[in-house]
Write a protein that binds this ligand. Structure first.
Ligand code: IPE
Ligand code: IPE
Ligand code: MG
Length: 237
């Protein structure tokens, strides 16, 4: 794939999946798979920014992932903290703007403080927007948007007849951003698992039989090449 250099689409989403199976393959605890996955997240994020991706949305923790054993959830929370501390220390020269999508109020106060710090510290960056989906669920996002709009109607600030798709989108976490063009899921699973349900309406999906810690920059190039081989019709001819 070296030298192919097809331009990436503006918005790419990645469902980082397969850390647990990767750990199993290596006879390691699942937490080690998550550590390897987090390391790869750094590699792929930097690569995406370098090749000119404008928006990268990474699914890191779903609203359903709280149902995992407490020690695994704890290990993930520690990794998030380590990553955000590192981001504050080392990542800020990357010109990446970090945003968080999901209900971050459910996280511990110190993790929430780090989330706020990283958001603020990167707010003036002009390069790639990195959306970190943490405690994110597509259904929850839509319900929250509906609730906020209903509250505005109740308060007399909006009229229900004014609601259309463009207005509704402004209540989503991704307000103001283009919808994802390409969504990549490694690990072999071929499902959306509650990721960007509204926004994925016309996204192209690429599924790879690679576990996330083994996903390489070349695989991102390959997904982009597959994306270019598709014909998007948006319901037209
Ligand atoms: C993805 O890897 C990481 C998170 C969901 C947080 P998994 O932990 O789901 O890995 P598998 O699917 O069990 O291999
Ligand atoms: C999706 O992966 C969520 C994230 C990658 C954060 P899961 O491993 O949670 O999804 P399922 O359970 O296989 O659908
Ligand atoms: Mg999984």
């Amino acid at each position: 794939m070296q030298g192919v250099a097809l331009p990436p689409p503006a918005h790419i989403g990645i469902i980082m999946d397969g850390n647990g199976r990767w750990a199993k393959q290596h006879f390691q605890p699942r937490s080690l798979g998550h550590r390897a996955g987090a390391q790869n997240f750094r590699t792929i994020t930097r690569y995406a920014s370098r090749i000119g991706v404008k928006y990268l949305t990474i699914y890191a923790f779903s609203t359903e992932n709280w149902t995992r054993p407490a020690d695994e959830v704890g290990a993930l929370m520690r990794l998030f903290k380590d990553y955000l501390q590192e981001a504050l220390r080392d990542f800020m020269d990357e010109n990446i703007r970090v945003r968080f999508i999901g209900d971050v109020a459910a996280f511990s106060p110190d993790l929430q403080a780090l989330i706020a710090e990283v958001t603020q510290a990167s707010a003036t960056k002009t390069g790639m927007v990195l959306n970190l989906a943490m405690n994110y669920g597509g259904r929850a996002e839509i319900v929250e948007a509906a609730k906020t709009f209903a509250q505005k109607v109740e308060a007399g600030a909006c009229h229900s007849q004014d609601l259309d798709e463009t207005l509704f989108e402004q209540y989503l976490y991704t307000a103001g951003q283009p919808s994802p063009d390409l969504i990549i899921r490694p690990s072999g699973e071929q499902r959306v698992s509650n990721f960007l349900l509204w926004q994925c309406a016309y996204a192209e999906f690429v599924f790879f039989d690679i576990l996330w810690p083994d996903f390489k920059p070349e695989d991102l190039d390959r997904a982009i090449a597959i994306y270019h081989s598709r014909q998007r019709r948006f319901g037209g001819v």
